[in-house]
Design a protein around this ligand. Structure first.
Ligand SMILES: [Cu+2]
Length: 155
């Protein structure tokens, strides 16, 4: 009797152990794979963020929407910026939606001396330039210095 019980118990333990191992190992592998994939994703995200940080202005430039009649930026608060890229030659009159007296015109001309990036301040309810002439492809960035919100809206 004792031997049989022992044999049954040992056999049962072996079967349980075998089943447990078979079940556990694939599960662990799947978990490991998932973890590695998640790690890779995290590392990639970190690397991208680190690479982008030093040249955040050019990243903003790349993200800047193209200036076009009828297009408007969101309202920006004090200290915030908004950018547009001017790819087409021509005149781009614009205003601020909450303050229609705030007006300026961006003139895009082939061969203009200002190219690449240009900056305009919004201060004391006015644009710092009434006219700004830039070469095609220039990204113009507006910075709001006022306590009230402004935006850039193309006529
Ligand atoms: Cu305004």
């Amino acid at each position: 009797m004792n031997r049989r019980w022992s044999a049954l118990i040992v056999g049962g333990v072996l079967v349980l152990g075998a089943c447990g191992q078979e079940d556990a190992q694939p599960a662990e592998e799947e978990t490991d794979v998932a973890d590695h994939e998640m790690d890779k994703g995290d590392h990639n995200a970190d690397d991208t963020a680190k690479e982008d940080e030093p040249e955040s202005s050019s990243v903003d430039s790349a993200d800047a929407p193209e200036a076009a009649s009828g297009t408007a930026s969101p309202l920006i608060a004090q200290g915030e910026t908004t950018s547009f890229v001017f790819n087409e030659a021509g005149e781009f009159p614009l205003h601020c939606n909450p303050h229609p007296t705030m007006k300026m015109t961006v003139i895009v001309e082939e061969g203009a001396s200002m190219s690449g990036e240009a900056a305009v301040e919004m201060a004391d309810l006015a644009f710092s330039e009434s006219e700004l002439t830039v070469a095609p492809g220039t990204v113009v960035t507006w910075t709001n210095q006022d306590e009230v919100e402004h935006n850039v809206a193309f006529d």
